[in-house]
Design a protein around this ligand. Sequence first.
Ligand code: AMP
Length: 546
Amino acid sequence: MKALMQDWSMTLDKILDHAARWHGDREVITRSVEGPIVRAAYADIHAGAKQVSHGLLEAGVKPGDRVATLGWNSNRHLAVWYGTIGIGAVLHSLNPRLFPEQLVYIVNHAGDEMLFADPFCAPLLEEILPQCPTVRRVIFLSDLAHTPNTSFPSESYEPWVAGRPIDAAWGGFDENSAAGLCYTSGTTGNPKGVLYGHRSNYLHTMMSLQPDALNLSARDTVLLIVPMYHANAWGVMYSAPMVGAKLVLPGQKMDGASLHELIETEGVTYSAGVPTNWQMLLAHLKETRGKLTTLQRVTVGGAALPESIILTLRDDYGVDVIQGWGMTETSPLGTVSVPSSKVAKLSIDEQIVYKLKQGRLLCNLDLKLVDDEDRRLPHDGTTFGRLMIKGPTVASGYYGDRHGDALDDEGFFDTGDVSTIDADGYMQITDRAKDVIKSGGEWISSIDVENFAMGHRKAALCAVIGVTHPKWDERPILLVQLKPGQAAEGHEFLDFLDGKIPKWWMPDDVVFVDEIPLGPTGKIDKKLLRQRLTGYSLPFDAAVTR
Ligand code: AMP
């Protein structure tokens, strides 16, 4: 029997319609490319997005066509985002930190037709556009005065939208239509396109807004540090307007001082970002003796969360840190580490061990652990296995991939992460499958060792990688980037780790490096680290520590 409820297709344009109508004066703040902080409201963003839609329709953009953006988080970027998806075209957010050859590959693979870019991208575009024949129009996200002169035809956003009507029709298409395209960073092989749908993003928004997830409300002021081009911006471009939270967009300035200024002047209560963002902010606060007077909680994800960030934000600044795990292919939120009813009864210090885990599953999703033969493994908190995930917000395949879907026989997607799940449902990542260190047939968690080492007061950044060993196949070594002005001996780090990790996980060597390289999404680039260590051999008596 068919239900007798109204047909209400879950298309994402309805989210901004709602924000404009019911939270119309809630502000969207941007540190603009021109310099000053610009203030708008959801009603203005809605009107701007409608003007973008009008311009796109006039330019011949049709449903399903790809419209690319290349830039930082800003109100213009937000208007282009909704202006594109509102008419059923696909918003393809490009990462300006990628190498030119990666961008060329991605733009061609996606077949992008129009491109909106921040002015600072002009030199990059000069390099890549001659190799991107599908791009027929480029519009710089600035006013006329700040639009760069280019050798290719380009336009300026402000005059391009000015005077356009604000009545372009939105929606009216199938909720399963594609809305967004985001390529994964692709540390192995070519980048792969994850194609989000209106329905999948709508569901992700409602799942991520729950109290035991991001827990946003109309009372929040949200600083979105996560770039709009990375992993669907953690869904915040949808969740903040859906509840009418004030949105603060930092533009290109993501250093500790600039973020701190925005947090304090705009009264930010909530923020989301990767661990390196918080490390930079904390270093700035320490140096300037700065305070966080309004910030209440932050979600940290994208890479393992060092304990030192949780403790410093909690004890010195009164900010609650909540870890989230996900990936581009999962829209991205999959698990969040909030206290279960059982964990909530523990003391705040006893709860830390759970905050360090990646957390419990959001509703609507399913997780399992499997071994190398795809057999299910127990959720006992100690057995490591490949983490598999299933649900309506998880990719079923990649854009334009001729090899079909990426799922196992039970419909689960292989995350490429290796993890444990305990009896209370807390998932803990121990490694990326490709970064796993196998010593004498047993897995060593590089992430655990890194997290503990990061607690050393002299460490700026730590990474653990496996190196070949004649007897044990592989042994871990610890690479350390020291804080400016610090000097240390390797044994200081080994002494510090002693007692915190199993003896046979103890790194066989500590190598101090000037810089631990970060990839385009702010994660440690272990591939590059391994390349830099080509020719390295373990110290002679290394195996004695085992
Ligand atoms: P991306 O698609 O670029 O966002 O990368 C997703 C990957 O980042 C995941 O598969 C994990 O390996 C890693 N990741 C995300 N969140 C966390 C987290 N909280 N702790 C450890 N690794 C994480």
